[in-house]
Design a protein around this ligand. Structure first.
Ligand SMILES: O=C(O)C1=C[C@@H](OP(=O)(O)O)[C@@H](O)[C@H](O)C1
Ligand SMILES: C=C(OP(=O)(O)O)C(=O)O
Length: 422
């Protein structure tokens, strides 16, 4: 159900401490690894949102016992994924790209489908790779059916992962459970979001899997069991960025506690981006703090590795003093929506100056006016509208409920941050 939301404008500098829930990317990897470990595992600090519930339901459909009724999510010992099953991927890239490689070791027919937009998101690379590794699959996009044979030979496969790092991550997460393990070689334009592949490799190693990533564009996963692990999920640093942006836009100061000292999450880079736009950024025992400047500067930045941050950075760019260029993000056209088209359309409709380039956005700050900001079923479009609304009175986000994909409490967190929760 959609929900129109009057974005509150800030009448004074925002000063707040905002604790954000667990990382979507870490939660869904930890759930999947627990499902592939016959001894299960636990998650402390797991995200509870549409994307993580879709992952939990997908694993349950595959016979994996997941108990999410308490603070700690518990995946009990189990004999491994099994079919037949139906899996709803919603609009979650981590479900549609991570679950099929895991389901390929199950037996029985496993049908996958998702939201209408999910049927348009790039998927054939994973399905072709699984076929090359021995799987029997009907279809090249959602909906498709995997005819499980109770195991997969595995081996070596070459893919073009330039449209999404999730193609590589999905295969690697399950690769240890293939008979011959897995070698994935990427051949094509550079893979985006490489930190997310590093996250996959690190988490596999934590679960006792041997991974060789010493050669660029090639990843080798040795066959073997995946160990049970008690995962502690870091806060979602990408979801932290709209709150930090509120400080940047209003000349205030926002702290996100429990910011990890070392992390593979792309949101970590936001500190550098905010500093590049004139903010002062500090990291200390309190967490990461962004202090906004009197006037925000434009920025020329390559977001290829951290594409998830684009909607937040674009929202900051429209409110800056000078022009900005956001590069390296052509692959965002295949995200929850075509994010480049969506951002350019919404910014221009409200008087701003945004142009789509071949691989990103050029943004010229211009006075913006009140109006409707469309979210396109995209949680990060919705939060970008909230950021713009802090500085431009009268912005209405047409569907704030879409933030439930990764941050169901967004409206009340935003209100609390602004100190005006009703
Ligand atoms: O592996 C992951 O958890 C993710 C990888 C990235 O996908 P792309 O490489 O498709 O951008 C990122 O944008 C997405 O939000 C989460
Ligand atoms: C691209 C994103 O999500 P997904 O995991 O669905 O690809 C995102 O959260 O910005």
């Amino acid at each position: 159900m959609t929900q129109t939301w009057a974005a509150p404008s800030a009448t004074e500098p925002v000063r707040a401490t905002v604790a954000v829930p667990g990382s979507k990317s870490i939660t869904n990897r930890a759930l999947l690894l627990a499902a592939l470990s016959e001894r299960g595992g636990t998650l402390t600090g797991a995200l509870r949102s549409r994307d993580s519930l879709l992952m939990i339901e997908a694993l349950r459909a595959l016979g994996v016992p997941v108990d999410d009724s308490g603070d700690v999510v518990v995946v009990a010992a189990h004999p491994g994924p099994r079919g037949p099953a139906r899996v709803d991927c919603g609009l979650a890239g981590t479900v549609m790209r991570f679950v099929p490689p895991a389901a390929a070791i199950a037996d029985g027919d496993i049908g996958f489908d998702g939201d209408p937009r999910a049927r348009e998101r790039p998927m054939s690379t994973v399905l072709d790779a699984l076929r090359a590794l021995g799987a029997d699959i009907d279809g090249d996009a959602l909906p498709f059916t995997l005819h499980g044979k109770g195991g997969l030979p595995g081996g070596a496969v070459t893919i073009d992962a330039s449209a999404s790092s999730q193609f590589v991550s999905g295969l690697l997460l399950a690769g240890a459970r293939y008979e011959a393990g897995l070698t994935v070689h990427h051949d094509g334009k550079p893979v985006p979001s490489l930190p997310h592949i590093d996250m996959t490799v690190q988490m596999l190693r934590t679960a006792g899997v041997t991974v060789d990533d010493s050669e660029p564009n090639t990843w080798r996963v040795e066959p073997g069991p995946i160990a049970a692990h008690d995962w502690v999920v870091e806060p979602d640093l990408s979801n932290a960025t709209p709150f930090l942006a509120a400080a940047a836009v209003t000349g205030g100061s926002v702290t996100v506690p429990d910011w990890p000292a070392h992390t593979t999450q792309p949101g970590d880079v936001f500190g550098e981006i905010a500093a590049g736009m004139g903010c002062t950024v500090t990291r200390d025992a309190a967490g990461l703090t962004v202090h906004g400047p009197g006037r925000l500067q434009g920025i020329d930045v390559d977001l290829h590795d951290v594409g998830e941050l684009t909607p937040t950075v674009a929202a900051l760019a429209v409110l800056a003093d000078g022009p900005s260029v956001l590069r390296g993000i052509a692959h965002l056209r295949g995200h929850e929506t075509d994010r480049l088209a969506a951002l350019a359309t919404e910014i221009n409709a409200l008087g701003g100056g945004a142009t789509e380039t071949e691989d990103g956005l050029a943004i010229r700050p211009m006075p913006m006016h009140a109006g409707r900001w469309h979210a396109y079923d995209d949680h990060r479009m919705a939060t970008a509208g909230a950021i713009v609304g802090l500085a431009v009175p009268g912005i209405e986000v047409d569907d704030i409920a879409t933030t439930a994909k990764t941050l169901p409490d967004f409206p009340s967190m935003w209100a609390r941050m602004l100190g005006n929760q009703r």
